[in-house]
Design a protein around this ligand. Structure first.
Ligand SMILES: CC(C)(COP(=O)(O)OP(=O)(O)OC[C@H]1O[C@@H](n2cnc3c(N)ncnc32)[C@H](O)[C@@H]1OP(=O)(O)O)[C@@H](O)C(=O)NCCC(=O)NCCS
Length: 138
């Protein structure tokens, strides 16, 4: 039987059995500006407020990079609101670079997402208290 990798994959982060954050990846997804033969989108990366700055985002991102590598995705990309400076700086720290922009409407107002991408690389050292596992559904 052939194993088919689902289009969407979820990862949850837990510390001592408490859910502290999650990530969502989507295959076969691309926007203008994204390069690579087989990109994968990081659609969501969120921590609960009280777990920001504790290594959870990094642990989740590393798991996403590992998943992308194992499944032969040469690029991982995401859209981030241009005013979300904190997230932009977080992604920049791991080597994500701006590759385009996407304008969307929030009510009457046009808003801009930056598209940023990272070609595959490895990152080390993360908080070993954070356990990240893949879930079929979230
Ligand atoms: C963005 C987010 C996922 C980052 O996760 P986090 O758990 O706070 O980040 P971590 O504690 O894992 O930090 C990992 C590294 O990035 C650095 N970092 C984290 N936030 C940073 C920032 N705003 N600017 C620069 N560096 C930052 C840390 O110093 C740390 O560096 P180190 O490995 O050298 O110690 C998290 O803050 C979050 O959920 N924010 C709200 C939701 C959001 O904006 N999501 C992104 C939507 S696109």
């Amino acid at each position: 039987m052939k194993y088919v990798v689902p289009r969407v994959s979820y990862f949850v982060a837990e510390i001592e059995d408490t859910l502290v954050g999650y990530a969502k990846l989507k295959r076969k997804s691309r926007q203008k500006g994204v390069t690579g033969d087989n990109p994968i989108e990081l659609c969501r990366l969120y921590n609960f407020q009280e777990f920001i700055g504790k290594g959870v985002g990094k642990a989740l991102l590393l798991k996403c990079l590992e998943f992308a590598g194992k499944n032969r995705h040469d690029t991982i990309w995401l859209g981030v609101w241009e005013d979300n400076t904190s997230a932009i700086n977080f992604y920049r720290k791991f080597g994500f670079e701006k590759c385009g922009e996407h304008v969307f409407r929030l009510g009457e107002n046009p808003q801009t997402n930056w598209l940023t991408q990272l070609m595959q690389r490895s990152v080390d050292n993360f908080n070993e208290d954070v356990i990240v596992t893949q879930k079929r559904y979230l």
